[in-house]
Design a protein around this ligand. Sequence first.
Ligand SMILES: [Zn+2]
Length: 342
Amino acid sequence: MIIDVHGHYTTAPKALEAWRNRQIAGIQDPAQMPKVADLKISDDELRESIESNQLAKMRERGSDLTIFSPRASFMAHHIGDFQVSLTWAAICNELCYRVSQLFPDHFIGAAMLPQSPGVDPKTCIPELEKCVKEYGFVAINLNPDPSGGHWTSPPLTDRHWYPIYEKMVELGIPAMIHVSTSCNACFHTTGAHYINADTTAVMQLIQGDLFKDFPALKFVIPHGGGAAPYHWGRYRGLAQEMKKPLLTQHLLGNVFFDTCVYHQPGIDLLTKVIPVDNILFASEMIGAVKGIDPETSHNYDDTKRYIEATLNLSAQDRYQVYEGNARRVYSRLDAALKRKGK
Ligand SMILES: [Zn+2]
């Protein structure tokens, strides 16, 4: 089985974006604020948006199951207040739940949280619990910077975030550390802000001792871990100067990297530097980089090709990357698969 741990509903029917635009207009002019019930998307529309996009590509490229969360750049936690984020998160999560019900063998949900700058993260817990307990979601996306590129929240190792971590450990779910749209013109959303955030998260975790407090906590750093694997020597050296344990002990029992790296040399480096037990297959397809690479004539985000082609992985290693590690990190996914006899 090939499990893609990083997919977003980037192809949702246009009515979703139209509703969001009305919600944003309603922040200034409450008379324009739409009701949740104003958004009407039929099952047929959902089916069509998936069958002709993500599912078609999964079949073509040969992956079986995608962990599916709301479109990351649309989370935009910096817009409006907590109530705006809560309503928006609930709508987006419910759509992913409906997709998982329409295609139960191919999609399972991961939740966006109703984060809002300056608001206590524990306010996210009711939505998180609903997604896990009622919708069967197996993970969350945690935004370390709900300000959208201004980094006004404390580091991930701060007690500020502990209510979320306590709930994650209780429920047995990992978090993908995933920012959203940048509203800072210095940082391009997917080219700079995403990769910056991935790298920043790794460094914060090196500086702190979070996993002493939460030995069972699991984080997935997307986009191949940002710059961290490429600069692994720098991070090992910094940890050493800070008198931290070796990164294999300090980080790698709890931190995992996905394979959303869009060329062969990147995957070759990732699989050479990072132990195979810490690498999870993912493509984030129909996402930031949708084009075809003229050097290979294949889509940049067809990441399975790079996993297949790298000389660094054995057949057993590939099983770990495609399935074994995902079952270990996403224990609720493993349990859901086992209930289906898989
Ligand atoms: Zn993503």
